[in-house]
Design a protein around this ligand. Structure first.
Ligand SMILES: Cc1ncc(COP(=O)(O)O)c(C=O)c1O
Length: 448
C-alpha cells in the first residue's frame, strides 16, 4: 500500500464530484435510517489523515467514532489480518475453536483492572457485548433489574436502546423497549453546578443522590446490575466528579449488584490509561470492550471475575461470529502496538496539547462553557454566550465549517451541543495543532 501523505489538502470542494455521485447512489440504495456525518466517501486512511475518493486529505479527529485508536490500517494489524485470512477466515469458535480467541481472552484478563481469576467472552459489537454482560449479571445474581444513567449510551439493539437515555435519534418510534431497566441521575459536573458547587465537585454526594433513586425506585433485592460508562461517550464526554464511581461500586459490592463498566468507547488507551476505570482506581465486576480493541475489525468482549463470568450454563453464551479469527488477529496486533509503542502515554500527551489550546480558546470566548475529557477523548460544550444554555445550532455550524475546511469532527451530547475530539493516537502534533487552528478560526467566524 502506498503511504497516505500526512498533510491536509483540499483538491475539491467538500463534497467533491465523486463523493456527490455516491451520495446520490447511497440515497437511492441505502435506508435513510442510516445517516452519515460527513458528505465524503473514504478511499484510504492512515496516521492522522483520511483521503477521500476525490483526493481530499482530511485531518481525522474522529477515528471512526473511537475505533482506529492506534491509527487506521495500522501496519501490524494489516500484516496480522493478511496472515490470518491466508490460513482460515471462520470456523465458529463454538464448533472448532482456535488459539487467537483464547489469546485475546488471556490479554483481556491481564489488562483489565482487577486482580484474581478472570474470564472473557468475545462477541462482535459493543451492543452485543453489553447485552451479554446483562445476561451474565442476571445469571449470576438471579435478579432481573438493571440500572443505567441519565445521558447513557449503550447501543441500538432492543435491550441497549432501553439502557440508552436519549430518545431522538436512537429510540424514537422504536419501542416497546426491554423491561426492567431503570434510570438514575449521573454526576455531570458542568450542569450539576447549577444546583450548587458541592454537587458538582463531590462525587460521593452525586452518588448518594443516584443510590437514593436506585434504592427507592428499584431496590437492591431486585437489582442484577448497574451499568455505567466511566466517561460518557455519546452523552457528551461527561467525566463524573471524583468519588462518584468508587461510591457506586462500593454500594454495588455491599448489595450483591454486579457493577458493569461499559468501556466500549473509553477502552484501549483512549483516555490516557488502558481503561478509564483506572483513573478512579476502581475494579469493576464486569468490563465491556469493543471499538478500539481491534482497529476496526468487528470484535467486542465481556471480561470479569471468574465466578461471575462462569455463572451462565454451558452454551448459554456465544454467537456464530463472536471472536472471529480475523478480528482476533487484529486485536492481538492492536494490543501489541499499544504496549510496544507506548500509546497510553501518547494519549496523555494529546490531552495536554488539546486542553492547553482549548482552555486558551475558552478564556477568550464565552460560548465555550466547558472543556473536558481525558487523553484523546476531549470535548467542548458550547453554550449561549456567558450562560449554561446549550447551543446546538452553533455546534452544528462549527462542525459543518470544520468539515468544509477538511477536518473530521463529531458532535454529541444530550443537548446536541458538544463538539468531541477522538483523534487517532498515531496523529502528529502538527496535524492536531493545525486542526485546532482551523476550529478556532471557524468559531471566530461564527460570532454574530
Ligand atoms: C459506551 C458505548 N457502549 C456501547 C456502544 C455500542 O457499540 P456498537 O455500536 O459497537 O454496538 C457504543 C457505541 O458508540 C458506546 O459508545
Amino acid at each position: 500500500m502506498t503511504a497516505v501523505e500526512q498533510t491536509r489538502h483540499l483538491a475539491t470542494a467538500i463534497p467533491g464530484p465523486k463523493s456527490a455521485a455516491l451520495i446520490e447512489r447511497k440515497n437511492a440504495a441505502v435506508s435513510r435510517g442510516v445517516g452519515t456525518t460527513m458528505p465524503v466517501y473514504a478511499a484510504r486512511a492512515a496516521g492522522g489523515i483520511l483521503e477521500d475518493i476525490d483526493g481530499n486529505r482530511l485531518i481525522d479527529l474522529g477515528s471512526g467514532i473511537a475505533v482506529t485508536t492506534i491509527g487506521n490500517a495500522a501496519p501490524r494489524v494489516v500484516e496480522a489480518v493478511r496472515e490470518q485470512v491466508d490460513q482460515f477466515t471462520h470456523t465458529c469458535f463454538m464448533v472448532t475453536p482456535y488459539e487467537g480467541y483464547v489469546a485475546v481472552a488471556e490479554h483481556l484478563n491481564r489488562l483489565t483492572p482487577g486482580g484474581g481469576e478472570k474470564r472473557s467472552a468475545l462477541f462482535n459489537t459493543g451492543s452485543e457485548a453489553v447485552e451479554n454482560a446483562v445476561k451474565i449479571a442476571r445469571s449470576y445474581t438471579r435478579k432481573q433489574a438493571v440500572v443505567s444513567f441519565d445521558h447513557a449510551y449503550h447501543g441500538r439493539t432492543n435491550l441497549t436502546m432501553a439502557l440508552t437515555a436519549k430518545s431522538m435519534p436512537y429510540k424514537h418510534g422504536f419501542g416497546p423497549f426491554a423491561p426492567e431497566i431503570y434510570r438514575a441521575p449521573l454526576s455531570y459536573p458542568f450542569r450539576d453546578a447549577e444546583f450548587g458547587k458541592e454537587l458538582a465537585t463531590d462525587g460521593e454526594l452525586a452518588a448518594k443522590r443516584a443510590i437514593s433513586v436506585i434504592d427507592k425506585q428499584v431496590g437492591a433485592d431486585n437489582l442484577a446490575a448497574v451499568i455505567i460508562e466511566p466517561i460518557q461517550g455519546e452523552g457528551g464526554f461527561i467525566v463524573p466528579a471524583p468519588g462518584f464511581l468508587p461510591a457506586l461500586l462500593a454500594w454495588c459490592r455491599e448489595n450483591n449488584v454486579v457493577f458493569i463498566a461499559d468501556e466500549v468507547q473509553t477502552g484501549f488507551a483512549r483516555t490516557g490509561a488502558m481503561f478509564a476505570c483506572e483513573h478512579e482506581g476502581i475494579e469493576p465486576d464486569l468490563i465491556v470492550t469493543a471499538k478500539g480493541i481491534a482497529d476496526g475489525l468487528p470484535l467486542s468482549a465481556v471480561t470479569g471475575r471468574a465466578e461471575i463470568m462462569d455463572a451462565p450454563h454451558v452454551s448459554g453464551l456465544g454467537g456464530t461470529y463472536g471472536g472471529n479469527p480475523i478480528a482476533c488477529a487484529a486485536a492481538l496486533a492492536t494490543i501489541e502496538t499499544i504496549e510496544s509503542d507506548g500509546l497510553v502515554d501518547r494519549a496523555g500527551a494529546i490531552e495536554r496539547l488539546m486542553k492547553d489550546r482549548l482552555h486558551q480558546m475558552q478564556a477568550d470566548d464565552d460560548r465555550i462553557g466547558d472543556v473536558r475529557g481525558r487523553g484523546a477523548m476531549i470535548a467542548v460544550e458550547l453554550v449561549k454566550p456567558g450562560s449554561t444554555e446549550p447551543d446546538a445550532e452553533l455546534t452544528k455550524a462549527l462542525c459543518a465549517a470544520a468539515h468544509a475546511k477538511g477536518v473530521i469532527v463529531l458532535s454529541c451530547g444530550t443537548y446536541g451541543n458538544v463538539l468531541r475530539f477522538l483523534p487517532p493516537l498515531a496523529i502528529s502534533d502538527e496535524l492536531l495543532t493545525e486542526a485546532l487552528d482551523i476550529l478556532a478560526t471557524a468559531l471566530g467566524e461564527l460570532r454574530t
